[in-house]
Design a protein around this ligand. Sequence first.
Ligand SMILES: Cc1ncc(COP(=O)(O)O)c(C=O)c1O
Length: 412
Amino acid sequence: MKATKSIDWAALRRDFPILDQQVHGKPLVYFDNAATSQKPRAVIDALVRYYERDNANVHRGIHELSNRATNAFEAARTRAAQFINAASSDEIIFTRGTTEGINLVAASWGAQNLKAGDVILLTEMEHHSNLVPWQLLAQRTGAKLAYVPVTGDEGLLDLSRLDALLTSDVKLFSMVHISNSLGTVNPVAELCARARKRGITTLVDGAQSAGHMPVDVAAIGCDFFAFSGHKICGPTGIGVLYGRSELLNAMPPYQGGGEMILSVGYHKTEFKHAPHRFEAGTPDISGPIGLHAALDYLDAIGRENIWKHDQELANYAYEKLAALKDIRLFGPKKDRAGLVSFLLKDVHAHDVVTLADQAGVALRGGHHCTQPLMHKLGVESTARASFYFYNSAAEVDRFAEVIREIQKFFAS
Ligand SMILES: Cc1ncc(COP(=O)(O)O)c(C=O)c1O
């Protein structure tokens, strides 16, 4: 494997205290990054600093600590806008994560804009969090769901069907940027452009792309983009929903309470503009502060570099696995994101993961919250290795060796 130029990846790895440990007496190989990433010292320190020095409620007090907390909270919003090239920080809503971002759009935009007979277009490779909120909305409104098909094990979208699917009844097209089960990178800019031409609103699920590759919402041309902090070195419990200002300011509130109002009477309330209209109650304050540190950390490495590194690692792992007998690999052979999904013949994915864990290798086995996709592929589950920039080719070698040992164990 070629190392991406001029970056000391081993030094970066040392920024992650958790990685330096043994599991079951073996050095930890953490390959469950698509589920959640580990946190560098810079993020842990930002959280500690906030709680040790600045903790107070935001937007309320006029005392020093409250001002500091508010400034740090709003600085994180500005940084998040810059991170994805939003036109303004007013287009950034802090959420609990991708799931809440999508639920917010479904509850607010969906309730206002969808009626019986309208169609919500999804793809067959969506995570449950970009499926179930739309099913619930469809039940409430009488709207219908339609899907862009997946081609099969190589996990590409069958775009030959797209024009036929983009009918005048389609009001929303919501799509995953990078599939967490397949590693497919969808051409979201093209998909959004084709939808926009027909006046269709678009949402991109960026849970696996933000923080892993350069993301520019203006270049993608989407109306909404959702991602989670915990998958990109930030804390759990914080995420971002980007929405174009024009849409956000026309949408009704998501939840009611303090912070999101201009004035309240016993019978009537006036709401703030976006994004505050969508952030009822005391928000997660340390979350955005930790996220801010994570975004700075990632950009100091460079997302282009992270992307190249992760793709190289995934290609290397794919080649190693493809050289084995009795293995089924999922997702595209070329241009895959930093993960590999596979099944060993006659071995349940959970057994692979359990035995790999005994060897110190943390994988994920299951349906990866994509049950309909698993059914379509005719499997219950897969085993998945997912990478980030602190992983190395040596760890992939160890992982491949462990998989070979597991095969031998079940063959004997
Ligand atoms: C593609 C995709 N979408 C959405 C989600 C949901 O993210 P969260 O659980 O952080 O809300 C995930 C999480 O694994 C994901 O991989």
